[in-house]
Ligand binder design. Sequence first.
Ligand code: SF4
Length: 399
Amino acid sequence: MSNSPDKTIGVPPADSIRFTCKRNQPKLNQQDIEQLISAVNQEKNRSSKYSQQILDGVLGFLDTGQLHDFEGRDYLQAKKSFAESELEMALSFPDDETRIKYLVYRYKFIEYPKNKIVDGFPIVVSLEPVSYCNLRCTMCFQVDRKFFTDKSVMGFMDMTLYRKLVDEMAENQLCSLLFGGRGEPMLHKNFIEMVTYATQKGIIDTKINTNATKLTAEKSRELLRAAPKTIVFSVDAGNKQEYEAIRVGANFDQVVANIKTFHEIREKEFPQSRSRTRVSMTIFRESQDAKEAENLWSNMVDEFSIQSADFRVDIYDHPLLLNETRPCALLWERLYVWWDGNMNPCDIDYRSHLGLGQISKERPTIKSIWLGEKMEKMRRDHLEGRKNSFYPCNQCYGL
Ligand code: SF4
């Protein structure tokens, strides 16, 4: 086993290929879009909790002439509208109030990092139920011996801490909670309880990143009952040989069977489920065949996405990037919470050199860290061309 992640490619990709996502059965029609425009216009005409400027921005983003397929982070800072998949997601909520809440959050997700606006709470929180993983994928942090052999950074989140965190997120109207981080979330014995709690607390966009190795039929049912909004299966190939060479420790046939079974259970037993599914393929080797993978997985999920991994890997051994001074978008977008309550501005720095502090029963809140001095200094220094004064930002292309 190597001591650092797979680093086949050493330069950043063209922004346009960092992330693409294809829906298998697009459902949107003109009437749906008009319905959303009408709901936002009505909201504008009453005394809304959202400013007129934000609602106008949302209306601008509903401009039907510019809809597109790119739901991810706006690397090129060129987005002027929502992705069709975002509008489908908005329409999946049963009432206008939640639809508008979702659209406002997606609008902020694009516009705030671009315009360097700090919202009162992170727009997205990425939470790590567990830092252990059962696999050793070649491009992942989990092949870094310094990381996975350090017992002080390995563990499972305590449920009291978890509930405290989610209570604060709910009080602050957080919309987007991502279950992921550095480990495999389904290894946590209370994982289903975690997702259920977040759903019950009204967090409208919960997302799970899983390698699907632990997705038994029973777990599939439990997960569908817990009702996360999006489930992302991380698989990087469409054939056994390539898959098992990358996802070291996983069995391709088992993972195919797990995802297929999940799909069948959702179709037959949960036809009203509003959880969408995606297979995510991370590209970092020329031998990976995206078309073959898409052909295989597209029958089993709602979406198939491709993302480039090369700008994420091997951060600590990466050469200095002295001319790279663009501020990192994450500082205006999200926070990461590790299993022990430690917080970080990103997971690229998975060894937490940029650590922001730890949340515990007595200690600070997510909000106080988000708006606190450390984050403010990072934002200021990144904005004023001093990104290189932070390690490992000085070796990172940023996001
Ligand atoms: S520049 Fe890189 S290391 Fe720094 S906060 Fe952004 S993603 Fe993390």
